[in-house]
Design a binder for this molecule. Structure first.
Ligand code: PEP
Length: 244
């Protein structure tokens, strides 16, 4: 269960979140928990999560290790701050910051090289869904974002299926729609990497996941977890998603 905090919570707010959240998920051993704050709040999150099972992730990285890239943060920098995961290719980054399959692929390779677990986001817009292109777009994202990865590299990544029309809109995909899309991802992976890779791949669903819809989503065998935006900002709400 991963929380994407987007551009919310400074260091002090991060620390306060963990003071409450840690106790609420202390006994939650059925899943991995990852929280992705802004880069500036990474050190506070890592410190506050120390000694717990909660992993910390970044929301983006740049593919070079260092250099003249004003405003960017590299994989080794994120790793040295104590993070274990990184979200790559979130639709907000594709929409507002020109992220493409090519940049997602470069970033995924950089994350793996830095020892971070990439959470690679794929998913269609409303217009693409309404014009019957959902499957084509999902396969294009999966193919383009991981093209050329070896089976060993591929085994280290997570996918998040996030239909753009469901992110931050309050419109969750029905469990059946989400499961269908996850099947598209898994079938694609089976074709490229084989049955074993497809079986072991974890695919998170993201898009308006809330405490009151998580149970039905997780009842779908295809759905392995959730990437949660808005509802991960409140410790009680995110804990009840974790403890569905
Ligand atoms: C997200 O940011 O990845 C997300 C799914 O947001 P929300 O849960 O708010 O729709």
């Amino acid at each position: 269960m991963a929380g994407n905090w987007k551009m919310y919570k400074n260091a002090a707010e991060t620390t306060r979140f963990f003071e409450q959240f840690r106790g609420l998920v202390e006994r939650s051993e059925h899943c991995e928990i990852v929280i992705c704050p802004t880069c500036l709040s990474l050190p506070a999150a890592v410190a506050a999560a120390q000694g717990s099972r909660i992993g910390i992730g970044a929301q983006n990285l740049f593919w070079a290790k260092e250099g003249a890239y004003t405003g960017e943060v590299s994989g080794p920098m994120i790793r040295s701050a104590g993070a274990s995961h990184v979200i790559i290719g979130h639709s907000e980054r594709r929409q507002y910051f020109g992220e493409t399959n090519e940049s997602v692929l470069k970033k995924t390779l950089a994350a793996l090289e830095a020892g971070l677990t990439p959470i690679v986001c794929v998913g269609e817009t409303l217009e693409q869904r309404e014009t019957g292109r959902t499957e084509t777009v999902i396969v294009d994202h999966c193919q383009g974002c991981t093209s050329g990865l070896t089976a060993d590299q591929f085994a280290k990544i997570l996918f998040a299926y996030e239909p753009v029309w469901a992110i931050g809109t309050g419109k969750t995909a029905t469990p059946e729609i989400a499961a269908d899309a996850h099947r598209v991802v898994r079938n694609h992976v089976r074709g490229v990497y084989g049955q074993a890779s497809a079986d072991q791949l974890r695919i998170l669903y993201g898009g308006s996941v809330k405490p009151d819809n998580i149970k039905k989503l997780m009842a779908q065998p295809e759905i392995d977890g959730a990437l949660v935006g808005g509802a991960s900002l409140d410790p009680i709400s995110f804990a009840s998603i974790v403890n569905f």
